[in-house]
Design a protein around this ligand. Structure first.
Ligand SMILES: [Zn+2]
Length: 48
């Protein structure tokens, strides 16, 4: 139900363990700028 197309990936921070459902543009932003919670650098392997 819902049909929310905005959550295409699940991000799990390797540093703080925060998990977020993100879309492609948010994924790119996280890869570029790091975790929004703790600021750790993020690799593509943090996304499922
Ligand atoms: Zn983090």
């Amino acid at each position: 139900m819902g049909g929310d197309e905005s959550t295409e990936y699940t991000f799990v921070c390797p540093e703080c363990g925060e998990s977020l459902d993100v879309n492609a543009s948010m994924r790119d932003a996280l890869l570029d700028r790091g975790c929004v919670i703790c600021g750790a650098s993020v690799s593509p392997s943090a996304f499922a």
